[in-house]
Design a protein around this ligand. Structure first.
Ligand SMILES: [Zn+2]
Ligand SMILES: [Zn+2]
Length: 355
């Protein structure tokens, strides 16, 4: 059986290794191959080193990116400190979500080709424009959409919106980078996730996180753009694992790039983003004068809405009903400062009580 293995020298090393670590790695790698096949074919038994005592849901299991041992995905984070492959290149410990993302890519559960759920639910509601076109074509943006959809799978009402929003935001990010980049040698998100495009990644983060002058206060402390760091880390991780899954020695350059970029993001992102934010702020202040609505105008609008609401009959005939809903929602959003997500959740009966 041993002689059948492709890389005989690794078996040889494993037999010589007195610690048993090499042997255990070899076993995990074999099990991992088998499990990937089970996932791809949709049937068969997963090989897991520690079988659960209670009910078994195979979806909850996946491999550790380092040792390829399969375990409950929720324990991946805890496992990292005990993993027999102590990775020297990892700059800082990854979050649980990132570890699960890695695991899902390696097991083939999360793919870069859109699943039918993503196509039917998410693609179907996305606005037909250039941004969506780019989002649906880019391999990493599709993978990101899949991961958001999976993460919110229990939230049937909202999951499609989360996935769509993240995909479109990332596509706008890509567009901003394409406009920013003077070298013009990158086309996809994949091409931009390299250390030498770090400035481009940081600058475009400002463009997408703070597109208008309304955010001037925030531009001084660009927290949204700093938070984009977590999305970028997720994307680099995805790229890394997709490369890892291909098991091609020629991919070492890509893996080095991913690790180098990860290090840059983790150490220099906030500083870089803040510096670009100041530059952008100065530039915008030269270009535009800010207009905020006059208090009298807000008052007038509110009076108008109240008056209209009083005279619009709350009947079930469609035009009247739509008018009343529009007025009520405008009032809620403009005057009571409710977010659009909250308004989505207001039911008909509550709206009728309001009028
Ligand atoms: Zn074997
Ligand atoms: Zn491990």
């Amino acid at each position: 059986m041993i002689s059948k293995h492709k890389k005989e020298h690794s078996v040889e090393t494993a037999l010589k290794d007195k610690t048993g670590i090499a042997m255990s790695l070899l076993r995990s790698k074999g099990d991992d191959k088998h499990n990937n096949k089970v996932v791809a074919e949709g049937h068969g038994c997963l090989l897991i080193s520690r079988r659960p005592t209670k009910e078994f849901d195979s979806e909850q299991y996946g491999p550790c990116v380092h040792c390829r041992d399969w375990m409950l995905k929720s324990t991946l984070k805890r496992h990292q400190s005990k993993c027999i492959v102590q990775c020297v290149v990892d700059v800082s410990p990854l979050t649980k979500r990132n570890l699960i993302l890695q695991s899902d890519i390696l097991s083939g559960r999360l793919q870069t080709k859109a699943s039918s759920l993503l196509q039917n639910e998410v693609f179907a509601i996305m606005t037909a424009d250039k941004v969506t076109e780019i989002a649906q074509k880019d391999l990493l943006i599709v993978a990101l959409g899949e991961s958001w959809l999976r993460r919110n799978i229990d939230n049937k009402l909202k999951r499609k919106y989360y996935a769509s929003q993240r995909m479109r935001l990332t596509a706008r990010y890509l567009i901003a980078m394409l406009e920013e980049d003077t070298a013009c040698d990158a086309k996809s998100l994949w091409d931009f996730l390299v250390p030498r495009k770090f400035d481009c990644l940081a600058k475009a983060a400002i463009t997408v996180a703070m597109p208008t002058m309304e955010d001037e206060e925030e531009l001084k402390s660009p927290s949204n753009a700093i938070k984009l760091k977590y999305d970028v880390i997720r994307l680099v991780n995805a790229k890394w694992c997709i490369t890892l899954k291909e098991e091609n020695d020629l991919n070492n350059g890509t893996i080095n790039d991913c690790q180098g970029l990860m290090k840059l993001i983790q150490t220099e992102w906030p500083e870089k983003v803040t510096r670009f934010a100041r530059m952008v702020l100065a530039q915008r202040q030269r270009e535009v004068k800010q207009h905020i609505p006059a208090p009298d105008d807000i008052k007038l609008l509110n009076e108008h809405l109240t008056a209209e609401l009083k005279t619009t009959p709350m009947r079930k005939e469609l035009p009247d009903f739509l008018r009343a809903v529009k007025l009520a929602q405008t009032k809620l959003q403009v005057y009571n400062k409710r977010r659009s997500g909250e308004i989505d959740a207001v039911r008909y009966i509550s709206l009728s009580l309001l009028t």
